[in-house]
Design a protein around this ligand. Sequence first.
Ligand SMILES: NC(=O)c1ccc[n+]([C@@H]2O[C@H](COP(=O)([O-])OP(=O)(O)OC[C@H]3O[C@@H](n4cnc5c(N)ncnc54)[C@H](OP(=O)(O)O)[C@@H]3O)[C@@H](O)[C@H]2O)c1
Length: 245
Amino acid sequence: MSGIDGKVVAITGASGGIGEATALLLAERGARLVLGARRTERLEELVARIEKAGGEAVQIRTDVTRREDLHALVAVAGEHFGRLDVLVSNAGLGTISPLDDLRVDEWDRMVDVNVKGVLHGIGAALPVFRAQGTGHFVTVASTAAFRVAPAMAVYAGTKVAVRAICEGLRQESGGSMRVTTVSPGMTATDFAEASTNSEVRADITKLRDDIAIPPEAIARVIAFAIEQPDTVDVNEIVVRPAAQS
Ligand SMILES: NC(=O)c1ccc[n+]([C@@H]2O[C@H](COP(=O)([O-])OP(=O)(O)OC[C@H]3O[C@@H](n4cnc5c(N)ncnc54)[C@H](OP(=O)(O)O)[C@@H]3O)[C@@H](O)[C@H]2O)c1
């Protein structure tokens, strides 16, 4: 199978930003979608929007920190569409702050969502992909996985971990699965709002307002990886604003 039309794609963090933009683009291109996030009212609106435009989508409340939620997300794909072709692990959190702030609960939360959330997705989808003999993991990392900056230590650490895990997964895939890591730079979403350090939040928000690219730019990159023929595995894409240093 190649292209996007007819593929069954599950997306975490589909209630906003990059996940929502990806859902809309893939639906337009004929994918059948399983949308996961915690804010189900936003997912319901998105499903309605996709269906109104002639697409197919279902939603399920998914908190990626809960292993069983990822199993349920993958199960819904099987129940509704008979298979799962792609898991887009997009859910992520950037509570950016200097280490001296000692916001240790936020460090925990970033590890739980950004790292363990991705692992829970792999744990749920891998046996399904193995049984099908095919499958595609697309994971959203960050340019922070390539370049650490002050206040970004923990967030960058989670994204470095995600890249390493996905590279290991690729090496173990044995030719039957595809593994893509997409690393966006500054993107115009609600991402910046998560930081509880007001100074850091103001800096990131300003940078976002000055240079960010739209989430649709990241969605197009994800679509590019998915639409390649089964034998073509796009492993790493870094996509950032031209103005980002
Ligand atoms: N925006 C940027 O500049 C940027 C740059 C590099 C990388 N990224 C990465 O891009 C990805 C998407 O972020 P975004 O920019 O689109 O930010 P966003 O607008 O804040 O969206 C984040 C999404 O993640 C979901 N999420 C958060 N915690 C979750 C949890 N525990 N379980 C399930 N879903 C959860 C949210 O849904 P609910 O709240 O409804 O659960 C939301 O849909 C993240 O992995 C982020 O690290 C973003």
